[in-house]
Design a protein. Structure first.
Length: 127
């Protein structure tokens, strides 16, 4: 069983980083968006097919970035601690038992439990 501090970290990571990143990137795809990023993306979105590809790639790219952040923590390459709302400090490498990346990406993992944004479960057929 996971420590409550790791669960709190997971919820915050998914909602405050993953979901907000997806919403931010999605907003760049809107025709009324005039940010430099939106303008640059629009130059490359030439048809409905390219727009659909961009929409499909956004959560995948974000999930890869989050997974590799967690992998770096799991492997000890990046040593981070998390201070939970109860004041307890969790050593993410030690308390995460080198499984943060798996708990994030797994079929019943943090994305499916906590995310309010879309994701594709590429591992749903693995049991």
């Amino acid at each position: 069983m996971l420590k409550p501090e790791i669960e709190e970290f997971a919820k915050l990571l998914v909602r405050e980083v993953r979901d907000r990143s997806i919403l931010s990137c999605d907003s760049q795809l809107k025709p009324e968006s005039n940010s430099p990023t939106a303008k640059r993306w629009r130059e490359n979105l030439t048809d409905a097919s390219s727009a659909a590809l961009a929409r499909s790639m956004i959560p995948d790219c974000i999930d890869h970035a989050v997974f590799y952040l967690l992998h770096a923590i799991d492997s000890g390459a990046l040593h981070l601690s998390f201070v939970a709302s109860n004041g307890k400090v969790a050593d993410l490498t030690k308390d995460g038992m080198a499984e943060l990346g798996g708990w994030y990406m797994g079929s019943d993992g943090w994305r499916s439990q906590y995310s309010q944004q879309r994701f594709v479960d590429d591992f749903k057929d693995l049991k």
